[in-house]
Design a protein around this ligand. Sequence first.
Ligand SMILES: *[C@@H]1O[C@H](CO)[C@@H](O)[C@H](O)[C@H]1NC(C)=O
Ligand SMILES: *[C@@H]1O[C@H](CO)[C@@H](O)[C@H](O)[C@H]1NC(C)=O
Ligand SMILES: *[C@@H]1O[C@H](CO)[C@@H](O)[C@H](O)[C@H]1NC(C)=O
Ligand SMILES: *[C@@H]1O[C@H](CO)[C@@H](O)[C@H](O)[C@H]1NC(C)=O
Ligand SMILES: *[C@@H]1O[C@H](CO)[C@@H](O)[C@H](O)[C@H]1NC(C)=O
Ligand SMILES: *[C@@H]1O[C@H](CO)[C@@H](O)[C@H](O)[C@H]1NC(C)=O
Ligand SMILES: *[C@@H]1O[C@H](CO)[C@@H](O)[C@H](O)[C@H]1NC(C)=O
Length: 506
Amino acid sequence: MTMLVILLLLPRLTLSATSSYSLPEKYYVNCGSDSDVIYGGRTFVGDMTSGGNSVSFTKEGTETSSNQSGSSTSPGIYQTVRIFRRTSSYKFQLDSAGLHFVRLHFSALSSPTEISTARFTVSATSGSNHHFKSFSVQNLTETPRVEEFLLMISSPEFEIQFVPDPSSVALVNAIEVFSARDDLDILSKFDKNLHTVYRLNVGGKKITPENDTLGRTWSLDDDFLYRKDAARNNQTAQKPNYESGSVSATEYTAPDPVYKTTKTMNRSSSEGVGLLMNVTWSLKVKSNTRHFVRTHFCDILSKTLNPDSDFYLYVNGHLRIDVKPSERVRLVTPFYKDVVDVSDGSGLLNVSIGTKELRVDAGFLNGLEVMEFMEKSASVSSSKSSSMVYIIGGCVAAGLILVLSLLFMVFLKRRRSKNKKKKADAEVTVWSPLPLYRGGGGGGSSDNRPFDPVNNSPLCNTQSSNTTKLELKLYFHQRLNGSSQFSVATLVEAQYASFDYLSNGP
Ligand SMILES: *[C@@H]1O[C@H](CO)[C@@H](O)[C@H](O)[C@H]1NC(C)=O
Ligand SMILES: *[C@@H]1O[C@H](CO)[C@@H](O)[C@H](O)[C@H]1NC(C)=O
Ligand SMILES: *[C@@H]1O[C@H](CO)[C@@H](O)[C@H](O)[C@H]1NC(C)=O
Ligand SMILES: *[C@@H]1O[C@H](CO)[C@@H](O)[C@H](O)[C@H]1NC(C)=O
Ligand SMILES: *[C@@H]1O[C@H](CO)[C@@H](O)[C@H](O)[C@H]1NC(C)=O
Ligand SMILES: *[C@@H]1O[C@H](CO)[C@@H](O)[C@H](O)[C@H]1NC(C)=O
Ligand SMILES: *[C@@H]1O[C@H](CO)[C@@H](O)[C@H](O)[C@H]1NC(C)=O
């Protein structure tokens, strides 16, 4: 019963945690270095100087390499690297549990040749369970490479482990671990384990970490337009009017330049107003995988607040969301819409904006972020983890069936009431004949995502001590455009978390 009470309190606790947020001062680690470097407005502390208790790493079997010559143009964090010849890890003592950004920087710029053939595993753990999967780095010639994750960390003890393959080394140039504003519209808190795939400044210029409020990189969107001449850029010099309140966009949601530039419908003189029109961005993603899509909007085009500026947002053709810039308090007010959807077998994720009515010309997009859910993958489950889940499942199942059904009812109720709220706000409608829950994962908005009592139920949490176990299987591969990128193939093998920290406040 105590647990039920805690569960009911949960949304309130997370909300209060998100109401004020500013860029945390830690942890930014300049690996393989004894000096600090400022990058993207943050101070990356050399891992040889940060001798405090907060960040530590296993020094044995590691070495450093640096290159000052010829690389003066590359940021300081890439001029030194830590190389691991055996299993080693960085340990972080976080101020609190909760949602965190985790970024890993890899570069071969300053590295010996053995780096380019490095194969290694990276895993992230909060709590006491460890588990590794094989992971290979094949091409580090195109550098630097940054891998970003958003992880719901369940215990303040956070560890990132590097395990080189036999006769190989592992490496890392810099690590960032810092708390994030927990504003993701995802139903289950335990589902928030995401890997960033795309981050686009639509209609604008590339934004580097120096110009972002959280050290992010925003790329150009043009290459992803399905029909390039269907859209045109527009921009404003006016500073965005951020609305106060924890549910709207802040300067940390996306920086000013994202909201000051946009892409809108390109009406050619021949077409003019009087035709329905779509602009589509088509992004290559992993097939049949659940994705978190955040679309950023800011009406810099309209002269007045007017329902004529409202339009539709489509995701994968079957999810339609009503976007209503006219309901903002003022013009040039940033806001965002979150969508959770499963990619289909085409390996493409389509995001479109479309006019609502024949007689009006509307529709724009300012920014687009796509993140892949890292979740349990049946095909790669190892005997160790699956047997563990099995054993835990076996012991608990009998005793907790009653509580489970109770919880299930609570969740159904919460979901229903949340859905109701949602309807009024976003008017998510599914109008396509496509099945709602394709791929067994989601296919609706986050609110439509089926509740999975086995993997998502907070019940598991009563079981294990403060532990979230993540498993990241990473490998480089060639993209169609010739650039190689990391991709994450494996996921959370099992997730356990305890509510212990909640009772002390997050
Ligand atoms: C330093 O970098 C330059 C150019 O990137 C490279 O040619 C040189 O071999 C590097 N030196 C060392 C010691 O890694
Ligand atoms: C590594 O990437 C570079 C640049 O993209 C490419 O020219 C080279 O062929 C790649 N090497 C391998 C082994 O894939
Ligand atoms: C990025 O920031 C630098 C320094 O603050 C500034 O000079 C530059 O114009 C900014 N670039 C963009 C694209 O905003
Ligand atoms: C807009 O459409 C016209 C006519 O189709 C085309 O000539 C023009 O290049 C397009 N503009 C952009 C920015 O693509
Ligand atoms: C940008 O939008 C404004 C307002 O709708 C419009 O007057 C202007 O022509 C647009 N500029 C471009 C380059 O499309
Ligand atoms: C995305 O658009 C492309 C091109 O129109 C289409 O081939 C593909 O099936 C679409 N994928 C989804 C998931 O809608
Ligand atoms: C816009 O896209 C939606 C979803 O793919 C589609 O149903 C609609 O017919 C499209 N409209 C036009 C005018 O192409």
